[in-house]
Design a protein around this ligand. Sequence first.
Ligand SMILES: Cc1cc2nc3c(=O)[nH]c(=O)nc-3n(C[C@H](O)[C@H](O)[C@H](O)COP(=O)(O)O)c2cc1C
Length: 393
Amino acid sequence: MKIPLKIALIKQWKVKMLEVLKLITAGESHGEKLTGILEGMPANLKISYERLKDYLKRRSKFKGRSKRQKLEEDEFKITSGVENGITTGAPIACEIENKSKTKPIKPVYVPRPGHADFSGFLKYGFNDIRPVMERASARETAMRTLLGGIASELPISLGVKLFGFTQRIGDMEDEEKEILEYDEEFEKIRNSSDFYFIDKEKDKEAQEILKRAYEKKETLGGAVCVYAFNVPPGLGSYVHFEKRIDLKIAGVMLSIPSVKGIEIGSAIEISKKYGKETVDEIFIEGNKIKRKTNYQGGIEGGMTDGNPIKVKLYIKPIPTQLKPVNSVNLKEKKEEKTKYLRSDVCVVPAVSVIAEVFLGLILCDAILQKFGSDNFYEIREGYKNYLQKIRWV
Ligand SMILES: Cc1cc2nc3c(=O)[nH]c(=O)nc-3n(C[C@H](O)[C@H](O)[C@H](O)COP(=O)(O)O)c2cc1C
């Protein structure tokens, strides 16, 4: 059958965030468990369970979260696709049990502004907002963190360093440290910070801001930064708009609930300057090609350029309000205030963890695309040869 031109064009414009991998999650906030499948990972890749545990722990344990997090000691199971800690090339299936599995039965008719409640209820024709709240809940990000963490094992095994941290909570100063190389020291500081800052001074200030928010019954947003160091040039592509790696990174980052903005490199700052001040000039130092600046955030022409990838995310304050706000009872079609539901006050640090593994996920997919194989050893070989050929090592 001949496809009409208009439909053919729409098909061509279907933008995929992942070219090689497939990732799917299922599960509700108060369901029995979260289930996830990651398909397309090569065989023979060693998986660090410790690192995966650490991602899940960091996603849920920090100051500013609700009491539910005490329930959410996220224990996970990898039920297929990994044997004795090594991938088999088969789809990787995972489970995370919910500790809080009693679904509330009282129907909800008053949507919380800032959530999926209003449009989800209307769109799916439900009689109750509960099903929207259950699936739209960010609880699902626990599974995506796990699957993203598993995918991140590929770039990490090839020497890439992924590093996410909290940049700012609420209206704190937003001055940034320019980081051009991976530094273990930053990781140590972040891991000892209650909020995952890389500046020891910021913890106290954040504590104060959070305390003030609690007293005022308010919620907070903020910003996080995520880096990938030791990334070679040439991942992603300029040949087709949908192959650009910046597009894919932006897509996954904006899929994190509460992320409302993304900045790659110093986008905001350079948009105010003359061009000459904003290009990352290229030098030779010893026998290595170097850049002394990273305004472009490691991406030029939709491809990695060898500089660290730098992404900053802007996170809105938690939408569930402790104080009632104006809304409408959708069943009775009359104005009604929202009721308070248990909620976090600030989830900015969690976003830094989710974003870290999501950057790893996109890099994993881009590596598989370029060095594509079903066998990690062959990928490693191809990767090494490429680095030598472009004289990157
Ligand atoms: C890890 C994490 C936990 C969250 N916890 C809450 C919460 O307890 N209460 C809340 O109102 N929003 C929470 N959010 C934000 C909402 O899920 C999100 O704002 C909402 O689903 C609407 O999506 P949008 O902000 O992307 O438009 C959380 C987000 C993340 C990433």
